[in-house]
Design a protein around this ligand. Structure first.
Ligand SMILES: [Zn+2]
Ligand SMILES: [Zn+2]
Length: 279
């Protein structure tokens, strides 16, 4: 592969992702030596807990763009598209890679199965940069044609680097702490949680994990992971990928499903599944 084949956007976004991961120990060390700044760290963590992880990553990028598990009004669709800059990934790329993961779960072709090595699972983004180009269109069967026809999604996809850099400049104009503890830390913490709790321990046994469905892959449910980062019922999800509500047994609480049903989705178009709890 020639250097010219490597997409510039991919390199810029990879640089953002690497610096976002580095920002996690930096922010922790900073507040150790500058204790008066702990509210900034708390604010960054709250930003991830309330918005980036449950809404941007779980609800928008995963359930909405990747699986079309519910419909929203056109203005909310645009808001979902632009929100993906807070996760540092375009909705088109997220959907392409994730649909490929579902098609090839836990096989050698899976872009982030822990069975192919935990490090490989965590660093799957390098495959997008170096091996498959940033579009993530690794398999014709999982090309997200729906999103390729979607103007707002393609606008964010094509201009992701500029949009992310613009957001960073705006944050920096307010305060460098908003840039580092807010935007960069937010991208990094959500990325690290998704990598470790989702990509690895969504398919690898950990304390508390169990299966409800005998799927062809190694997907697992783990309640404490779900409370932590909103995507813990991964076996339920692999069994029924298009369900907007991932809780399927007594005692499983999917709080993102409440947000979908009562706040964001167009209720009259919300598809009910027989295996979904009524909430
Ligand atoms: Zn999975
Ligand atoms: Zn999925």
């Amino acid at each position: 592969m020639k250097l010219s084949d490597i997409n510039k956007t991919a390199l810029l976004i990879s640089a953002l992702r690497i610096s976002s991961i580095v920002s996690i120990p930096f922010c922790l060390l900073w507040v150790c030596f500058n204790p008066s700044d702990w509210p900034w760290l708390l604010g960054g963590i709250l930003w991830v807990r309330v918005y980036v992880q449950p809404l941007v990553r779980s609800m928008m990028l995963h359930r909405y763009f990747s699986h079309h598990s519910f419909n929203v009004k056109p203005w909310l669709h645009k808001f979902f598209c632009i929100s993906s800059i807070f996760a540092g990934v375009s909705p088109v790329t997220a959907a392409a890679v994730h649909r490929f993961h579902h098609k090839h779960s836990d096989t050698p072709k899976d872009p982030h199965s822990p069975l192919n090595g935990i490090l490989s699972s965590l660093s799957y983004n390098r495959k997008l940069v170096l091996g498959f180009n940033y579009s993530g269109f690794m398999d014709k069967a999982t090309v997200p044609f729906d999103l390729l026809r979607d103007k707002p999604a393609m606008f964010v996809h094509k201009n992701l680097a500029v949009l992310c850099l613009g957001t960073m400049v705006l944050c920096w104009l307010v305060s460098w702490k908003l840039l580092v503890f807010g935007y960069v830390f937010g991208v990094g913490l959500a990325l690290a949680e998704t990598g470790i709790l989702g990509l690895v321990y969504g398919h690898k046994k950990i304390w508390g994990s169990y299966r409800n469905f005998d799927t062809d892959d190694c997907s697992l449910n783990t309640k404490w992971i779900n409370w932590w980062y909103a995507e813990g019922f991964h076996n339920n999800h692999h069994a029924h990928p298009n369900a907007w509500n991932q809780s399927m047994k007594q005692g499983e609480i999917d709080y993102v499903a409440y947000a979908i049903k009562y706040i964001f989705a167009e209720r009259d178009t919300l598809k009910e599944y027989e295996y979904c709890q009524k909430i």
